[in-house]
Design a protein around this ligand. Structure first.
Ligand SMILES: [Fe+2]
Length: 231
């Protein structure tokens, strides 16, 4: 794992395949003020990853933050059976056999309210997620509502490149995942959610797919979301 924010946030990229495309996803491990750990959008937890995480502290929370980001939760639960599981709304329908403790919403759990602000991104037909702002490091943590696949991004196959360049025009051009772009049904609700995110204080963005955003994060988001926010 990469120690991204010293003593606070670690990242791990891992490969995924989806509809013939091949690209990477990213887990974040966050050490809370309590000392416990949150696994955000976990990857499959193999023995070496488990050992790396255990060396950082005790996993208290497993978070499936998006309606497409839950598949490895059972693996994380098996590795850390004492942790509580929080899911994005809708995951309970997509994976009915999944055991979980809580459904995420707009209010942080009291046990992490000093660590994070959070908001449910509403208004889409196909895809949802809960965005988190890590207050002390001023780091916005998203999954799919911003993707940033560029010439520098590793682990991308030809089919992903074709779709991103020729169809969705989001190669070197950060935008929400295609499911977001095709599915906005209530733009007012969506814009309200996105504006809440833009009101937060952050200086970088962790996202699931593509390069981290470390310069002008708000400008990047406003440009990416202009179809919803208006110009
Ligand atoms: Fe995703």
């Amino acid at each position: 794992m990469l120690e991204y924010i010293p003593n606070q946030i670690w990242l791990k990229e891992y490969p995924i395949r989806y509809a013939g495309t091949r690209f990477n996803s990213r887990m974040a491990v966050i050490r809370l003020k309590s000392g416990g750990l949150m696994l955000h959008s976990p990857c499959e937890i193999d023995a070496s990853t488990k050992a790396e995480i255990e060396a950082l502290g005790k996993v208290e929370f497993i978070v499936a933050p998006g309606s497409y980001h839950y598949i490895h939760v059972p693996s994380a639960q098996a590795a850390f059976p004492e942790a509580e599981t929080f899911i994005c709304p809708g995951v309970e329908r997509k994976m009915p056999e999944l055991n979980f403790d809580w459904i995420l919403g707009d209010r942080p759990d009291p046990r992490w309210e000093e660590d994070f602000e959070q908001v449910l991104v509403r208004g889409n037909r196909f895809i949802w997620e809960v965005a988190f702002n890590h207050i002390s490091s001023r780091t916005l943590i998203l999954v799919d509502v911003l993707e940033n696949i560029t010439d520098k991004t590793e682990g991308v196959n030809w089919l992903l490149k074709f779709w991103w360049k020729a169809v969705f025009r989001m190669w070197n051009n950060p935008k929400p995942a295609p499911e977001y772009q095709m599915g906005w049904k209530d733009k007012k609700a969506a814009a309200n959610s996105l504006r809440r995110i833009l009101d937060w204080d952050f200086e970088r963005i962790i996202l699931a797919h593509g390069d981290l955003v470390e310069e002008n994060p708000k400008e990047v988001l406003v440009a990416a979301w202009k179809g919803v926010l208006g110009s």
